[in-house]
Design a binder for this molecule. Structure first.
Ligand code: BJW
Length: 230
């Protein structure tokens, strides 16, 4: 396993579950409490911006108070100490990988970022967002959460596809594999000859070459130790 020249890792909400942040599709997850059409589409924001801002203000506060867990630290350790390249792609909008010392690509945006829907400026954002919050670049009150909603193009797709086309090992961690395009990454990696592994509480698809089942704080440190041959 340690001979891999380039490892691409996709993470999902399960990575942060043991830090106290809800997943989306598990029992009691975010989509059991909120309708996607009410909070996670551009139409929802156009129809009821106050509701959508409130949903993300609460989640921004929860994420700011959360701490990285052993799985975040294991991935940071791998990225810093593996002799080959380690690319972390996260669907998560929290910053727990950064807090652990890793450098992920945030394909679905970030809670700690704001987006001006007039001039497309993006800036670091903490605290509560309101409809009256001005954009520091154009001054207009046209702020929204810097989150990729359904029907919107995820960030960094060109870079991500390049990384997938050149990886030797692809790992899917704590994601249900229900949301595209991320759900197609394992197949893309397999098509170019990469080994694929899933680390999750459950098997989400038969397609992976290998699998480690269990909570991320248990499986990740062991997997990283194996890769780093410690
Ligand atoms: C543990 C654990 C522990 C628990 N340890 N594991 C039909 C076919 C193909 C595509 C489409 C289609 N119809 C529509 C689409 C496109 C659509 C899509 O995929 N829809 C599907 C639902 C069908 N996708 C899009 O719209 C995307 N954009 C796009 O396709 O652009 C191209 C385009 C543009 C314009 C027009 C047309 C096409 C954008 C997707 C945006 C997703 N946004 C969200 C919400 C915003 C972020 C936020 O509010 O936080 O992102 S949805 C939500 O799901 C969030 C997540 O990032 C994403 C993935 O969820 P994730 O991470 O997998 O969480 P869960 O809860 O699903 O799974 C958790 C897993 O963890 C489980 O497996 C547990 O077992 C596990 N687990 N505890 C380890 N301790």
């Amino acid at each position: 396993m340690s001979d891999h020249e380039k490892i691409v890792i996709l993470t999902g909400a399960g990575l942060s579950a043991e830090s106290g942040l809800s997943t989306f599709r598990d029992a009691g997850g975010l989509w059991a409490q909120h309708r996607i059409e009410d909070v996670a589409t551009p139409d929802a924001f156009a129809k009821d911006p106050a509701l959508v801002l409130d949903f993300y203000n609460k989640r921004r506060a929860q994420a700011a108070a959360a701490h990285p867990n052993a799985a975040h630290y294991a991935l940071a350790d791998l990225q810093q100490n593996h002799p080959g390249e380690v690319i972390l792609i996260t669907q998560n909008v929290d910053d727990l990988l950064e807090k652990a010392g890793a450098q992920p690509i945030h394909m679905h945006g970030a809670l700690a970022s704001a987006l001006c829907f007039h001039c497309k400026n993006r800036w670091t954002f903490t605290g509560d967002m309101h409809q009256t919050t001005p954009c520091p670049a154009c001054g207009r009150q046209t702020v929204r959460p810097d989150i990729v909603w359904f029907g919107e193009m995820p960030y960094s797709m060109d870079d991500i596809l390049t990384h997938l086309e050149t990886c030797t090992l692809f790992a899917s961690i704590g994601t249900s594999g229900r949301v595209y395009p991320a759900a197609g990454f394992a197949q893309l990696a397999q098509d170019i000859g990469a080994q694929t592994i899933e680390l999750n509480m459950e098997a989400t698809s038969p397609q992976f070459h290998a699998r480690r089942i269990g909570p991320a704080t248990d499986t990740l440190p062991k997997w990283v130790s194996d890769l780093l041959q410690r």
